[in-house]
Design a protein around this ligand. Structure first.
Ligand code: AMP
Ligand code: ZN
Ligand code: FE
Ligand code: FE
Length: 288
């Protein structure tokens, strides 16, 4: 068997079910040689994963950034950007995280304010005062306030009736423009790869023209092999990556028991991995 490289996984630092320590143990158990930890919008799991790294497994520090992009059809859509080997202390990242944090709080304040204006027993200022200091504010916080106020029985009902996108009180989240994120990661010495770009079942996707524009803006690669890509999507993205001179990756997008897929279900070509590592200068691959 060759070298097994899985470059897209989640831990309990975001929405996976394995702790970072459990994740690296599971990766070794699955026979992986290289694992990237790419939690949504956070590097909080890096330290624990590093400390628990079993011998023989190499760890690539990363993240999956929630971004917004022109979709190439006159609208906007969500884009997930994988980022590897960047310096998490870089000024470019700190600045953007501070901006996102403020915008998320303003957005939640607006949603709560709209509900209050319609007579719901929620106090936007009280909600703000109760938000965690170091975690991003989100709809789950408002949902819990609605449960506490007796408006709904549980968080799921709060989403179903009021907070889901398309729901009556939904306000769009402030995500990073994808070109800003590409720039920011590059300034932090990292490499970017667009995640599941043609996973059409997940919602609106960007066009090939947009990916070409992102390549010109400094995008490093395309995640070609992903569980949500069908054979046609993979063929299109493979050709696009080759024509644009971008790296090609393959990864499981493992979330523990939150999704039915296994570590190493999709893997990255070792030559592509070496090229990615050669470009990343903000942090190092950990382990031997
Ligand atoms: P936000 O970042 O504010 O848009 O909120 C997104 C978070 O809300 C996600 O991380 C989910 O955990 C949670 N969420 C989204 N939809 C639902 C739902 N239907 N029921 C419960 N939680 C949800
Ligand atoms: Zn996730
Ligand atoms: Fe994603
Ligand atoms: Fe993911």
């Amino acid at each position: 068997m060759g070298v097994l490289i899985d470059l897209h996984t989640h831990s309990t630092a975001s929405d996976g079910t394995d702790s970072p320590a459990q994740l690296v143990a599971a990766a070794a158990e699955a026979g992986l040689d290289v694992l990237a930890l790419t939690d949504h919008d956070t590097t909080a799991g890096w330290r624990e994963a590093t400390g628990a790294l079993p011998p023989g497994l190499r760890l690539v520090p990363g993240a999956e950034l929630s971004c917004v992009s022109d979709d190439g059809r006159g609208g906007k859509c969500s884009v997930h950007l994988l980022a590897y080997l960047f310096d998490p202390q870089a000024e470019s990242l700190i600045t953007e995280q501070r901006r996102l944090r403020t915008e998320r709080r303003e957005r939640l304040y607006a949603m709560a304010g709209r509900m209050a204006a319609d007579g719901f027993p929620v106090d936007a200022d009280e909600l703000m005062a109760g938000l965690p200091e170091d975690a991003p504010a989100g709809r789950p916080h408002l949902a819990r306030a609605l449960v506490a106020a007796g408006v709904v029985a549980d968080v799921g009902e709060a989403f179903d009736h009021y907070l889901a996108s398309g729901g009556p009180y939904y306000v769009r989240r402030a995500d990073t423009p994808v070109t800003t994120a590409i720039d920011m990661i590059r300034q932090a010495g990292g490499v970017t790869v667009i995640a599941h770009a043609f996973a059409h079942a997940r919602g609106p996707t960007v066009t090939a023209e947009v990916i070409a524009e992102l390549a010109a803006a400094g995008l490093g690669g395309i995640e070609v092999d992903h569980p949500n890509h069908d054979a046609h999507a993979r063929a299109q993205l493979r050709e696009l990556a080759d024509s644009l001179g971008l790296l090609r990756t393959g990864s499981s997008d493992y979330h523990g028991t939150n999704k039915v897929l296994t570590l190493g279900q999709e893997t990255t070509d070792p030559e592509m991995f070496d090229a990615l590592v050669a470009r990343g200068t903000g942090s190092s691959v950990i382990g031997s």
